[in-house]
Every structure is written in structure tokens, then in C-alpha cells.
Design a protein around this ligand. Structure first.
Ligand code: NAD
Length: 309
């Protein structure tokens, strides 16, 4: 579908900036709404007249002039290091921010895609996770500020759909990696790259047998835009079903960087899920989407661009 003008909240962040770029390539005019708490202007092209940037906190009402036919709501700190630093702010962004993005879409009559997360499944008792699984979340643990805000965001999106008929869709994004992740943002892939490139030990929490499913950002953005083009409400899982242990990721990054670093095991993280793997049957059926970039190739692409290109 050809959208004329899209609003991307969190558009200066890791995922958001790739989304802005992909939309601009499709010929869509883009307004990036961001408070630059974890995002950066450096992530955005500085010479595209079809890109506008609005410095705004989505926890405050969003007032934008002109027509908008698509809202992609991504604004929210996503790295545990970021959201653990600002627990109440994260709840406000996840709660009020999603409310304001939904209100904007409703006022403009736009399609909205809300970025939820695999964290809504918590430490899952069902494996792999299908969209029908309600999750196993600790509502008062340190990570609950993020997980519960996202669950609230899903409830709010569903309420807008039921009460106002808003054209809204929810995607549950699983671990995604690629260029423009900040080396110090605390997430596994950029942390391992930073440590490997500095010749420092790669810190693995616990014994490293916990699994993750890592999706390359180019695949993820394709999935997000397919959801924008569709008229489904979701929720739809977007992620790579190839499951890999954290220890395996550390060793692959050591090999790709040619580093002499070793692995150092450190304390397990509180409420760190043991296993994570999306069931993407629904995304395949509804969107015709599945990831195409194998982990080794994706890690190499990230390395080639030093995670910031
Ligand atoms: P990121 O931290 O790189 O980007 C978040 C962006 O939102 C940043 O540009 C930040 O400045 C902006 N932002 C934060 N709070 C804001 C506020 N109150 N008002 C305006 N802007 C604000 O994170 P990311 O990895 O790009 O994640 C983007 C979205 O995708 C988030 O909603 C996150 O929950 C979701 N998600 C990401 C992953 C992943 O693996 N990257 C996994 C699951 C879900």
C-alpha cells in the first residue's frame, strides 16, 4: 500500500531509524517523533526533504498538523539498561505514549501499528510462543515496568479497536539486532561486539544455556511494513524462530571479529527468560512474512557496519 505521510514515534532509535529509511525509500513522507532519550539524529538522513523531525515526548499529547495516514508507534526504551534506569518514565511512555499515538491515529483516521514485545510472554511456560499464549510475567519485578507497560499498551490498542474502530495492529517483536545499536546500550549483541573488539571478556549471564532467537533488523522492518500494509489487528509475532544459546552467540561473535577474547560467566539477571522463540505461523499466513537473513550473515553485516552505519 502507498502511504502518503507517516508518523514514526521513536524514529531516531535503532529500529525506528531503519523504519524511517525504509518508508522514505518507498516514497512516503515521514515525521519522526522522538525525545532523543535513547535515539540520535545521527541515525537519520540529514539531507532528505521528505523527512521531518519533531522533538516531542510521547507521554504528552501529540499535536501534529496535516494529514497522516500511517502511525508506527515505536517510542519506548527497549534495552533493560535504559528502562531499568527510568522505571516510572518507562511506564509513562508505554502507557500515556501509546494512548497519545492511538489518539493521533484516531483523529487522523490513520492505520497504526503498535510495537509490542516478546516480553509480554515473560518467562514463558509455553514453547515456542504463539500469540494465543497469555504469558508468565512477574508484575512487580524490576522488568515489570517495561513488560507491563507493553501489556497495557496492547490492552489499550484493543480497546481503541473495539470502542472506536481504530485501524490498529499489534506486533510482538522478538530480539532484533543490527547496525545503529549503541555499543553501550546493554543489549547482548552490541555488548558482545564491543567487548570482542576491545579484547575484553564477553560477559555471559549464568551458564549461557538460555536461548534467544535473533532477527536481523532488515527482516524485522520488512515484517513491520507488511503489518502496516495489512488490515489485521494482530497481535502477530515478528522474530526469527531459529533458536540459539547465548553462549553460542558469544562464540560466533568472537569468531566473526577474530578476537582473542574469552567468555566470562557472571551472575544471572533477575527475571531473565530461559527460553525465547517465536512461533511465526501467523506472520507467515497473514503477512506472507518470514526472516530470510541467517544469523551468521546478519552478524557479519552488523560487524561490517560496526553496528553504527
Ligand atoms: P531504541 O531505544 O533504540 O529506540 C527507542 C526510541 O524511542 C529512541 O529513539 C528514543 O529516544 C525514543 N523514545 C523513548 N521514549 C520516548 C518518549 N517518551 N517520547 C518520544 N520518544 C521516545 O529501541 P529499539 O530497539 O529501536 O526499540 C523500538 C521499539 O521496538 C520499542 O517500542 C521496543 O519496545 C520495541 N522492541 C524492540 C525490540 C528489539 O529487539 N530491538 C524487541 C522488542 C520490542
Amino acid at each position: 500500500m502507498a502511504f502518503e505521510r507517516a508518523v514514526v514515534t521513536g524514529g531516531a532509535g535503532f529500529l525506528g531509524s531503519h523504519v524511517c529509511e525504509a518508508l522514505l525509500k518507498r516514497g512516503t513522507r515521514v515525521v519522526c517523533v522522538d525525545d532523543f532519550s535513547t535515539g540520535s539524529l545521527d541515525n537519520l538522513p540529514d539531507d532528505d526533504p521528505r523527512l521531518g523531525v519533531a522533538v516531542m515526548d510521547v507521554a504528552r499529547p501529540l499535536d501534529l498538523l496535516g494529514d497522516v495516514d500511517l502511525v508506527l508507534h515505536l517510542a519506548c526504551p527497549a534495552s533493560p539498561a535504559d528502562y531499568l534506569r527510568d522505571p516510572i518514565g518507562t511506564l509513562k511512555t508505554g502507557g500515556f505514549g501509546t494512548l497519545h499515538a492511538l489518539e493521533l491515529a484516531r483523529r487522523k483516521g490513520a492505520r497504526i501499528v503498535v510495537a509490542s514485545t516478546s516480553e509480554v510472554y515473560g518467562d514463558p511456560l509455553e514453547h515456542p510462543q504463539r500469540e494465543t499464549y497469555w504469558g508468565n510475567v512477574n508484575p512487580i519485578g524490576p522488568r515489570s515496568t517495561y513488560d507491563e507497560a507493553k501489556r497495557f499498551g496492547e490492552a489499550l490498542t484493543s480497546a481503541f479497536l473495539r470502542e472506536h474502530g481504530t485501524d490498529a495492529g499489534i506486533v510482538r517483536i522478538f530480539n532484533t539486532y543490527g547496525s545503529r545499536m549503541r555499543p553501550h546500550d546493554g543489549r547482548m549483541v552490541p555488548t558482545f561486539f564491543r567487548q570482542a573488539l576491545a579484547g575484553e571478556p564477553l560477559t555471559v549471564h549464568g551458564d549461557g544455556s538460555q536461548t534467544r532467537s535473533l532477527c536481523h533488523v532488515d527482516d524485522l522492518v520488512r515484517g513491520l511494513l507488511s503489518m502496516a500494509d495489512a488490515d489485521h489487528a494482530g497481535p502477530v509475532n515478528l522474530g526469527n524462530p531459529e533458536e540459539v544459546t547465548v553462549l553460542e552467540v558469544a562464540h560466533r561473535i568472537i569468531a566473526i571479529t577474530g578476537s582473542d577474547s574469552e567468555v566470562r560467566h557472571v551472575e544471572p539477571m533477575a527475571d531473565d527468560p530461559r527460553r525465547r522463540r517465536p512461533d511465526i505461523t501467523l506472520a507467515r499466513e497473514l503477512l506472507g512474512w518470514q526472516p530470510e537473513i541467517p544469523l551468521d550473515e546478519g552478524l557479519r553485516r552488523s560487524f561490517d557496519r560496526h553496528l553504527v552505519g
